[in-house]
Design a protein around this ligand. Sequence first.
Ligand code: EPZ
Length: 418
Amino acid sequence: MQKLIVQGGAPLSGEISVQTAKNAALPIIAACILTDEPIIIENCPQLKDIDAMLNIMRHLGCSAEFIGDNLHVCCRDVSLNVINADLTGKLRSSIFILGSILSRCRKAYISHPGGCEIGLRPIDLHISGLKGLSVKIEDEGGVICCDGGDMKSAVINLDFASVGATENLMMAGALLDGETVIVNAAREPEIVDLAGFINEMGGKVSGAGGSIIRVTGVKKLHGCTYRPMPDRICAGTFLAACAASGGCVTVKNVVPEHLFGITERLKKTGAKLSVRGGTVRITASGRPKAIHKLETNVYPAFPTDMQPQFCAMLSRAMGSSVIVENLFENRFGYTTELVKMGANITVKDRIAVVAGVPRLHGATVKACDLRGGAALVIAALSAEGCTEIYGTEHIDRGYEKIEQSFAALGARIERVQS
Ligand code: EPZ
């Protein structure tokens, strides 16, 4: 077992380049099944969630290996279309692969990915969307059995703009005759990136980034080399950490407009932000100002994946902040750990009231989910004294060597075997 040891209280300074986006790379890897030709995903992040997805790909018969920072995937033979629970249990987004397997094999049997630490995370929108493409689907004892023998394109109206369901349907439609139209599609930048990838393979996807996506099926997709977008949530994590600890940090390799929902809220805390090309620079000192009301919602609003990191930062704010979590029903679990560090947070259902305290103190805490873990790191960096953070495996699902990133910004943080 590993833990992070953080000696808090030092301001952050320096430059950091963000990794490629996990949530862009995952569906792009799943989409590799749409072609039997080799794909190179440049600068692919090396993370636990990516490993879990690659294990699923290998299980299906694809080859996947890193050569340096580039991931080489080839799905020449997709010999299996069954994914059992030990694989789907490791990665909620394993459900994203359904659309591409169906597209390629017409049949798929995949164990239910189940719930997770942040909420129930049902898959009804994925299922109803695929049924709309004439896939026959039965749930047999927790295994989702899909028969896409009669699959055909259609207009699918999503009841909610789900990121994963939109991605699944884009992949499902890529090789179908005719036009698949996704109405009320998710508009996240990762959707635009997946569309870019499918188009780079010779597909025809238009409208991504808006609410109506049109996927015109093509006969065959071909191999390509693709570099997914930078990780907007990692960028936001570094910015929030600087707002919490003070200092001056330049975050490089970002798409500033992807960060708008985050940077606008950071300005409310009194931090100064400036954008130049693909970099965002933040300067902060003293305690942040409270944010009267911070509400998560779908892009371009404030992202749920930044809610815990902001909560950690606002724990030391001057005044009280109210945080409303609109996406997931159970995404405040980490707050009990922040309270151990001296934070004053009251949670009721989907609302957290954060009464800022002058200082947090070190404690022994445990990460129970990915972004909640990042929140503990931010709190530890801005706290007085030493914090030990267990549950690093959750943090490693989405951040590449987080201790090295923060150490490069002058933080006193190390990973040790416990
Ligand atoms: C993606 O999850 C991200 N994961 C999540 O990132 C992110 O929090 C989420 O989008 C929202 O932005 C990946 O891209 C791999 P959704 P996804 O379907 O696609 C409900 C992180 O920390 N819903 O848009 O699973 C669902 O319960 C993570 O990196 C249904 O009701 O999110 C939730 O309340 C965690 N039925 C809401 O929609 C469905 O069939 C948003 O989910 C599907 C979703």
